[in-house]
Write a protein that binds this ligand. Structure first.
Ligand SMILES: [Zn+2]
Length: 363
């Protein structure tokens, strides 16, 4: 019991409250995910579906720390045995049509970016549960033109032997303490968050500056743990039930790109994907994916390319009625980050999260 180690009565009390909250959540989830609870939640979930967003998959032999494979299997087992409908993202978009079967207890899985573990680790797991999954590919990454800037940052922070690193950006001075593992991990996270606010050019500049100050040589191509899947891995993954959609060429934040770059990133990634995939999904995925990372201009570009829709990284449900009311909504569909706890998975798919949204006053 970690709370026994605390000496302050306040902290012990707080810890006890935390434990009670956690038990209460499990009780509520347990009650509502049963038969009677499902009947109560059904009207709230009418026309709504859960789309999960995943990233890397645990692969210790390659040094990749990601989604726990046993947990992913347990979640798929739960969804299958509780008769959730596991659908592809494409199928979910088919269900928008007025004469299509209603969306009911539907769950779709998506994976972002196109790392090697998506084809080699994730595809067999989803296939074993006959669960469709859509992977969004950054085509320049598969074409070996780049490796991701956030991986370069992680690599620099892990490789440096300096106790601290100073990076400047305009009047801003970032003094990064990296002598201890905890401060190093926090500095890497803070620096990554800071980079998310910058344009592609500024970000490139500060990452180069970081590497110099950290005295780390960043190789031109990614070390094995950060490698992309190969294009050759795409057809076998498709045979296992994985589908592929476009996720730009170089993964820039589109809202911070010029008109020309934003249009080219969407068009060229879709063209490249159509050359390599047997049956690519005409649904786009915005890099970074918060509502501030794309806007009306990007929606127009994606629509102009003939896409049926696009997904964001903003949390929330796929909402058929909202999509029918507003023609832009199919280009800003929300997804939930895949949790690492079954109680949280149940909370999303059963609609308990919807109850919380209503209580919070969210539409
Ligand atoms: Zn991405």
């Amino acid at each position: 019991m970690p709370s026994l180690r605390f000496t302050s009565p306040d902290i012990t009390a707080y810890s006890a409250i935390e434990i009670h909250m956690e038990s209460a959540k499990q009780l509520i989830v347990g009650a509502l995910s049963g038969k009677a609870g499902a009947a109560l939640l059904r009207p709230l979930m009418s026309g709504r579906a859960t789309i999960f967003m995943l990233h890397r998959f645990h692969c210790p032999e390659a040094g990749v720390c990601g989604h726990d494979l046993g947990f992913v299997r347990a979640a798929l087992e739960y969804l299958r045995s509780n008769k959730y409908e596991l659908v592809s993202l494409r199928e979910l978009y088919d269900r928008i049509a007025p004469d299509a079967p209603p969306v009911r207890r539907a769950v779709a899985f998506t994976i972002d970016d196109g790392y090697f573990d998506h084809a080699h680790v994730a595809a067999p797991i989803f296939s074993a549960f006959d669960c469709p999954v859509t992977t969004f590919l950054t085509t320049g990454f598969l074409d070996k033109q780049l490796w991701f800037w956030w991986d370069q940052i992680e690599y620099i922070f892990e490789s440096t032997r300096r106790p601290s690193i100073l990076v400047t950006f305009g009047p801003k001075k970032l003094e990064l303490q990296v002598s201890e593992p905890i401060s190093r991990a926090k500095a890497a996270d803070d620096f990554t968050d800071f980079c998310k606010t910058l344009s592609t050019e500024d970000r490139r500049g500060v990452v180069t500056q970081l590497a110099g100050a950290a005295e780390v040589d960043v190789p031109a191509s990614p070390p094995a743990r950060y490698a992309p899947m190969t294009w050759d891995a795409v057809p076998p993954a498709e045979k296992r039930g994985m589908e592929f959609g476009p996720h730009t060429v170089t993964h820039p934040i589109l809202a911070q790109s010029s008109d020309e770059q934003a249009a080219a990133e969407v068009a060229e990634s879709w063209d490249r994907l159509q050359q390599e995939a047997t049956n690519p999904v005409p649904i786009f995925c915005y890099p970074n994916g918060q509502f501030s990372d794309f806007g009306g201009r990007e929606i127009e570009v994606v629509r102009h390319e003939g896409m049926r829709g696009a997904v964001s990284g903003e949390p929330g449900y796929f909402d058929r009625d909202q999509i029918l009311r507003d023609s832009d909504e199919r280009f800003r569909v929300r997804r939930f980050a895949f949790p690492d706890d079954l109680t949280d998975v149940i909370q999303y798919v059963s609609g308990i999260e919807r109850v919380k949204q209503v209580l919070r006053g969210e539409a």
